[in-house]
Each structure stands twice: as structure tokens, then as C-alpha cells.
Ligand binder design. Structure first.
Ligand code: MN
Length: 270
């Protein structure tokens, strides 16, 4: 395990991401999921092992439904310090907004983690705010073949493609956790809040050129963050936040015409 790939891709004089600092953890193994609004929205799933964070990019995010297998592309190891990072990466690799979507501790269910990783079958328990109980990462055979399209650090060998699957237990269920609990466990905010909370000096130190390619990329990401919030507010406005939560708990239940009308009436009179 090495942070060589992580370091090689980043200029720490320009990026607010922490530089790698090898250190040993004293209180259990860290796990975190960072929701990352970059060119594509995805969830970075990270497990502390041997002083680094093993990392997988999960495009659709974790699912609590044991019948749902979520593609998880293994990416380069990250430094432990990165596991509490939330903020803006103004330019370079991973440019965008990082939200600490979940964090906590994990424990392997196999005694030998390295062997489980080599075998491509790592069973573990999570103790986070949103994700708990027993899970498995299984390497797949069909994906992850080396192509010229893959960024450095994911190439060089097959087997970077895994599936993240929830085991059936008291923490599994049909709830769409990414939709139900979309915000940060660190700040409570959404992407737009994280953007707004950025201290100005921090922001200025890495502000990209407005005419540059990354400047345009960041502008699109900022617009996307605001659009995501507008979408959510529009949904809340239509049904009320409470009704939205109830609907999410029971997604099969259609919203009746009558409840829509009463929601409209109560909103109109307030
Ligand atoms: Mn990412």
C-alpha cells in the first residue's frame, strides 16, 4: 500500500486536500463515505487499513437493500487525514465539492484483511451514522480491464472492479439511504452549504482561473450544486418535508389526489 499515486496527482501547494501524513490510528479503524460532486456525482467509500484509506468510487452510492449490488471501482489509497475532509477542491484531479456523507469505524469479519483483499471477498461490519451492520465487497471478473481511458492508479492490472453489497441483517432494508439522508454528517449541509461555508482566504488560495478549463468545470459543479438544492426544495415545497420522509419510508404508496390538494391548500393559507 502506498500513497505514491495520491501524491503524484496532486499539487499540495494549490489543493486544500490534506497532504499525506502517515500515522497510526488509536481508536479503531476509520471508515468514511465522501459524496463527491466532480465531473460525475459519486460516493467515495474508504476503509482504513495499514495506515491508509483503501478507496472505492461507488457511482450510485451504497444501498441498504441486500438484493442491490453497487459497482465500486477501486481507486488509489488516500491518507488517513483525508477521511475527515469536507470542502472544495478548486482545481486539478478530483476538482469539485467533497461532502463527508458518513463516517465511523469498521471491523473486518475475516482475520486476514490482506488475504481477503487478494481473494476479492472482504466481509466487514460498519458502525457509521447511516451505514451499519454487515457488508461485503466482492471483486468482479467482468469489469475493470485495463484501458487507455483509465486514470493512472487504476490501471496496470485487472481487478479494480468490485461490488458493494449489504448483507441481510437488522440494518438492511428497502430505504434509499442516499435519497433519504443526502446531507453531511459533519456540517449537516448540502453541497451548496459546503460551498458557502468555505472561508474566503481558503477559497482564494486555490481559486482557479476563470477562463481556464478547471474554472469552467468548477463553474458547472457550482451550478450543479445549486440545481440539486433547487430540485430538493421543489420536492419539499410540493409535499412538505415531513410528507417527503413518509413517502420515502413507503415508496410504493402513491400520493393521492386528496393529499396533494390539502398540501396545496395549507401552503396557500400560510
Ligand atoms: Mn472521488
Amino acid at each position: 500500500m502506498s500513497l505514491k499515486d495520491y501524491t503524484a496527482r496532486r499539487d499540495f501547494s494549490r489543493s486544500p486536500e490534506p497532504p499525506p501524513k502517515e500515522k497510526s490510528s488509536t481508536s479503531g479503524r476509520l471508515f468514511c463515505v465522501q459524496k463527491h460532486l466532480a465531473t460525475q456525482l459519486h460516493y467515495d467509500f474508504r476503509l482504513e487499513h495499514n495506515g491508509v484509506l483503501l478507496s472505492w468510487a461507488v457511482p450510485k452510492g451504497p444501498s441498504l437493500d441486500p438484493t442491490v449490488k453497487r459497482l465500486a471501482m477501486q481507486v488509489e489509497d488516500h491518507p488517513l487525514d483525508y477521511g475527515s475532509f469536507e470542502g472544495v477542491i478548486p482545481e486539478g484531479y478530483g476538482a469539485g465539492i467533497v461532502m463527508l456523507w458518513d463516517s465511523g469505524t469498521w471491523e473486518p469479519q475475516d482475520a486476514d484483511v490482506d488475504q481477503a483483499l487478494r481473494k476479492g471477498d472482504l466481509k466487514f461490519r460498519l458502525n457509521g451514522y447511516k451505514l451499519k451492520g454487515s457488508w461485503v465487497l466482492v471483486r468482479t471478473g467482468g469489469y475493470g480491464r485495463q484501458t487507455s481511458q483509465q486514470p493512472r492508479g487504476t490501471s496496470g492490472q485487472d481487478g479494480k472492479s468490485w461490488l458493494l453489497i449489504k448483507h441481510r441483517d437488522e440494518w438492511s432494508g428497502p430505504l434509499d439511504i442516499a435519497e433519504f439522508a443526502p446531507d453531511s454528517v459533519k456540517s449537516g449541509g448540502d453541497f451548496a452549504d459546503i460551498l458557502a461555508a468555505e472561508p474566503p482566504e481558503f477559497w482564494c488560495s486555490g481559486r482557479p482561473g476563470r477562463s481556464g478549463r478547471t474554472g469552467a468545470l468548477l463553474k458547472r459543479i457550482v451550478e450543479r450544486a445549486l440545481a440539486l438544492r433547487a430540485e430538493r426544495e421543489a420536492r419539499r415545497g410540493a409535499t412538505g418535508a415531513r410528507a417527503e420522509r413518509e413517502t420515502l419510508r413507503a415508496p410504493a404508496r402513491p400520493t393521492s389526489t386528496r393529499s396533494k390538494q390539502s398540501a396545496t391548500r395549507s401552503r396557500g393559507s400560510s
